[in-house]
Design a protein around this ligand. Structure first.
Ligand code: ZN
Length: 138
């Protein structure tokens, strides 16, 4: 069986990190599927999905690493072409990736004790985000 759901929320942009673990866990628990995988996918080219231990130190560390890896203070061809100033946002999103697959058993995600699912919004302004959850299994 396959169940597709969406979750929606606002972000602040600029590497805002949102913990979506409880929403994903709830949709899996209510899907009617006992064992399988959930694909967590964010449509759009300026946000990404991954996991982290969601505590304020690490959240800040992950936010800060992007400035060292993909600085916003260099010229981007995307900005020259489109003038929207978020060339760094697109590159960061491509590096992080737009989806994550998490197995579940007995309607429970198999995440580690200190592992949460997060969306990172790299855009240079607040955004409304929609995340697709596709739950597959039996
Ligand atoms: Zn752009």
């Amino acid at each position: 069986m396959i169940v597709t759901d969406t979750i929606s929320f606002q972000t602040g942009g600029d590497c805002d990190i949102v913990d979506i673990t409880s929403q994903v866990a709830r949709q899996v628990a209510e899907s009617g599927i006992n064992n399988g995988t959930v694909t967590v996918f964010v449509p759009g080219s300026t946000a990404g999905v991954t996991t982290i231990e969601y505590e304020s130190g690490l959240v800040t560390d992950l936010q800060q690493v992007w400035e060292r890896l993909v600085s916003r203070n260099i010229p981007y061809n995307h900005d020259r072409r489109w003038g929207d100033g978020n060339g760094h946002s697109h590159v960061r999103a491509s590096l992080l990736g737009s989806s994550l697959v998490v197995p579940f058993t007995g309607r429970k995600l198999t995440l580690g004790t200190w592992q949460q699912i997060i969306l990172v919004d790299f855009d240079n302004r607040p955004r409304s985000r929609r995340v697709i959850l596709q739950i597959m299994g039996e």
